[in-house]
Design a protein around this ligand. Sequence first.
Ligand code: IMP
Ligand code: MG
Length: 173
Amino acid sequence: MTTVTKLFTEDEIAVRVAELAAEIAGALPDDFIVVGLLKGSFVFVADLIRALDRLGSAPTVEFIRLSSYGHEQESSGEVRLIGEVPEIIAGHSVLLVDDIADTGRSLVRAKTLLTTAGAAAVWTCGLIDKPFRREEEVSADFVGFTVDDVFVVGYGIDFAEEYRHLPYIGAID
Ligand code: IMP
Ligand code: MG
């Protein structure tokens, strides 16, 4: 049996998301596009844009889908784009929102895709950072929580498509 150990409660996440929104609203131009990386960031994006709204910010929202995992806890090393990068990104400031910065490969790949699509500027926001796992030289501009080398689930984040529905963030063994 897999057990989930709670790392961050719903309340802790809500507080941190509000803080992140304040950091982001203070640093970015008025006009920007939030680009979420699917699937893992969908819950985080939903909360973040509403936290931004409470601060008077009105970003538009797009998503791109990358895939690096099959049903393993270890990344396959290959990050594939599924579908297309929205054309609207050209000429706009973008906040790229990811669930987890692990090896950093997805972040690097997504940033390259957005820059190639003509983004005027790209900021990055990761809900969870695992700096000890990094293989690419990249760091997110805004980070929610930093964790050690644990496998996290919940709040949109999966293990083999399970656990996304958990309202809190936990670690599985
Ligand atoms: P990276 O490309 O190695 O940085 O991996 C980033 C992606 O791997 C994340 O967006 C997640 O989808 C997935 N991932 C990395 N660590 C975890 C984890 O602890 N739990 C669930 N998914 C993870
Ligand atoms: Mg994933």
